[in-house]
Design a protein around this ligand. Structure first.
Ligand SMILES: [Zn+2]
Length: 526
């Protein structure tokens, strides 16, 4: 049995090989218009292609993973919450590659969004070959492809009209192109004539009248539904997924498929539909209702790169799922750790196929490749407690971990960085705590003070002697009895003495996680 056949990325790779036949190189494509923040839903397309590309590579195939920046698209409207909105307004109808960067960091509005993505993708092990469509169009690279569309514009009109209702048919003088004016840069132009070869005439609202040569640098661009299949042929694309919006019946993928076959004579790529991604548990100022968009960089604040990959590798693309920023973060880390233990055979799998599947998901979740040794595991919840006990000091926390091999440290450090960020910015308030400094005393009644004294003088002094949390918890209940208070009340008093709150991490485990002398110091004044 092919051990890879179980994963959806491997299924897709097998489909590409069977539909496209033997090739020297397979081309996997993805792309987007950088007209705004590339959000985590858009990232699903990028990582879907990466996973399929890895599956092809694992079958010994050569491939190109191309990512198209559609930065020759028009700037239609100024998005909400933009700096320098009034200035941006002046660039409406320009190609986005010619709109200035309102944050004044990059060479253009489009470039700004491109840089944001290109900077972060290597962190999750994704290294596509970027194709910049403005540059390609403006160098007349697509001159021949544009001419084909002009030659077959009657057929194009027919194809597009099939998917349109009576009220929205293309007009008689349909042109499959748009032209950015050579004088004012806007697409406020109308086509006047095409000479049947390379000459195209247009006029613009600004008064410009011009005839351009399709073989030379010009402002001509194909409309989206034609542009996409033209580029499939140009790049010989074998695989490209698309979102729900493009994959609806009569949507752009359906028309692109027909245009590809009938106009460009190219068999369209293998595809699948990927679903939307939701987010939950974001603090108010970051929620989507505030107009905020969650991108990969934000998700990487909370999840390590392996876990980000795991979220997508472990879910079929046509399944909608939610990325959590609330307490469920703990569960996601636990899920990943469980798959890791099965993949390393540290935990038994239910059966061989469960093992193979876990192993494959685990492999695809790695940023580069599976490490030589099993990574050190410390449950995320416990790690959060350790970090807070250490007042957020990551190196101190790592130093306190036993049996940690040097090669395991970078992985734990990355997990600590996420945990610290999560606690500070996303965790619910009841999850956060800070140990009281030595010498700070809270007001307690006589009976409560007595309970704390008992705790200090019997349990804390010999805290290192308890072999597990259970035996320590039993000792806590004995103390409560001796002090004549309810167990629940004892816990509340101890949390008050240690962290100034009524609740906290599970007490026995919490006490055993804190250094004995530090505990004695905090409790010495009672
Ligand atoms: Zn003009």
């Amino acid at each position: 049995m092919d051990q890879h056949v179980l994963h959806w990325a491997d299924e897709t790779a097998a489909k590409i090989l069977s539909e496209k036949g033997e090739k020297d190189c397979y081309v996997c494509a993805s792309g987007i218009t950088p007209s705004g923040t590339v959000h985590i839903g858009n990232f699903r397309e990028i990582i879907s292609v990466d996973l399929v590309a890895r599956a092809l590579a694992d079958k010994g195939k050569k491939l190109r993973f191309i990512y198209s920046w559609d930065d020759y698209d028009v700037f239609r409207k100024v998005p909400a919450n933009m700096p320098h909105a009034a200035e941006l307004q002046k660039y409406l109808r320009f190609p986005i590659t010619l709109v200035p960067d309102p944050w004044e960091r990059d060479s253009s509005y489009a470039r700004h969004h491109e840089v944001d993505v290109e900077t972060v993708l290597p962190a999750v092990g994704i290294h596509p070959e970027y194709l910049y469509q403005a540059e390609r169009y403006r160098s007349a690279m697509y001159g021949a492809g544009v001419r084909v569309a002009l030659e077959k514009r009657a057929l194009l009109k027919e194809i597009l009209n099939e998917f349109r209702d009576e009220d929205h048919k293309m007009e008689a003088d349909y042109w499959p192109i748009t032209v950015f004016c050579g004088k004012c840069n806007r697409d406020t132009t109308e086509i006047d004539d095409w000479d049947g070869e390379w000459g195209l005439s247009y006029h613009c609202n600004c008064g410009q009248i011009e005839t351009v040569d399709l073989r030379e640098s010009n402002g001509v661009k194909l409309l989206w539904r034609i542009d996409w299949p033209m580029r499939w042929k140009q790049e010989q694309v074998d695989f490209e997924p698309a979102g729900k919006d493009h994959h609806s019946p009569g949507g752009s993928f359906d028309t692109a498929r027909r245009v590809s076959r009938e106009v460009y004579g190219y068999e369209p790529p293998v595809t699948f539909r990927y679903d939307f991604i939701g987010t939950k548990g974001l603090p108010g100022k970051m929620s989507s209702s505030s107009g905020n968009v969650i991108d990969l960089a934000t998700v990487l604040q909370v999840y390590t790169p392996e876990i980000v990959r795991f979220l997508f590798a472990g879910t079929r693309p046509n399944t909608e799922f939610t990325i959590s920023f609330d307490l469920d973060v703990i569960k996601i880390y636990e899920d990943y750790d469980r798959v890791e233990r099965i993949a390393w055979k540290a935990d038994p799998a239910k059966d061989e196929s469960t093992y193979q599947k876990a192993r494959r998901i685990y492999e695809l979740s790695q940023v580069e490749r599976v490490p030589d040794h099993m990574p050190y595991q410390v449950p995320f919840r416990h790690l959060c407690n350790l970090l807070q006990i250490a007042d957020g000091n990551i190196e101190k926390t790592i130093a306190g971990l036993t049996d940690l091999a040097p090669e395991q440290i970078p992985g734990i450090r990355a997990r600590c960085v996420c945990a610290v960020r999560w606690i500070a910015d996303y965790a619910p308030e009841e999850f956060r705590f800070k140990l009281r400094p030595v010498g700070e005393k809270c007001d307690l009644g006589e009976q409560e003070t007595h309970a704390i004294q008992l705790l200090r003088d019997t349990i804390v002094v010999s805290i290192d002697q308890y072999p597990d949390d259970k035996s320590c918890a039993a000792a806590l209940y004995r103390i409560a009895e001796e002090a004549g208070i309810e167990g629940k009340e004892l816990f509340r008093v101890v949390y008050q003495a240690l962290i100034g709150k009524d609740q906290g991490p599970r007490l026995a485990n919490f006490l055993r996680s804190i250094n004995r002398d530090r505990l004695l110091g905090i409790l010495e004044r009672y």
